[in-house]
Write a new protein. Structure first.
Length: 222
């Protein structure tokens, strides 16, 4: 607030000197823009505070705006009495154009900010999708490798011999590649496949004789 008032006072002195010297407003256009923008900023800030119910009766803000309005009255008298005909009207037109320009600039800034937020949101969604796809692909490759490793650890074991151990149990011996051998116990009416995928044990020593295996299982059940 104090900064706006100080800037408006400095701009007022430049405008006053320009008019007193009989020069056109265009020669102090920057000072005019500063004076008008300071007035609008104070008015807009006051309106915002009143809308929020905060600081609506701020005396300091009111006095600052009154000082700017008083200086504007002085400019009006100076332009009418000392300036060329129509100077005050040109000043009012300049104020209207400047106000419209600032309003359009604020609207454009709001649109740009909204567009930037939308763009950032779209980029964020895009990154989530990309990372999601990459994650799925990596998981798929990992699963593929896991299945490939599992497939390399399996071999086809085929039934070699079955023997009835007792009334409720039948033992079947299966053999696969590289000395892989497994024994599975079945119930009387349970399905017994001729072959299946079993765990591959390439470092195992040669398996014992099938009949020895089955006899050993039968003896252990006695």
């Amino acid at each position: 607030m104090l900064a706006e008032l100080a800037a408006a006072n400095a701009a007022f002195q430049i405008i006053k000197t320009t008019i007193s010297n009989g020069r056109e407003l265009a020669s102090c256009g920057k000072a005019l823009g500063t004076f008008i923008s300071c007035k609008e900023d104070l008015m807009r800030e006051g309106n915002k505070k009143r809308a929020r119910g905060v600081g609506g009766n701020d005396l300091e803000e009111f006095m600052a705006l009154e000082q700017i309005r008083e200086k504007e009255k002085q400019l009006k008298e100076l332009m009418i009495l000392s300036g060329r005909p129509g100077l005050w009207r040109d000043y009012e037109r300049f104020c209207e154009e400047a106000k419209d320009g600032r309003a359009k600039a604020r609207q454009a800034a709001v649109k740009r900010r909204k567009k930037n937020i939308e763009t950032a949101g779209n980029v964020g969604v895009g990154l989530v999708i990309v990372f999601g796809i990459v994650g799925i692909l990596l998981f798929a490759f990992w699963m593929r490798g896991a299945f490939a490793q599992a497939a390399n650890d399996l071999t086809v074991c085929r039934m070699v011999k079955c023997m009835k151990i007792d009334k409720k149990t039948t033992a079947c011996v299966y053999r696969g590649a590289h000395n892989t051998q497994e024994t599975i116990m079945y119930a009387p009416y349970e399905f017994r496949p001729r072959e299946y995928l079993c765990q591959w044990n390439p470092d195992q020593p040669p398996p014992p004789n099938i009949y020895d295996v089955l006899e050993g299982i039968r003896d252990s059940q006695k």
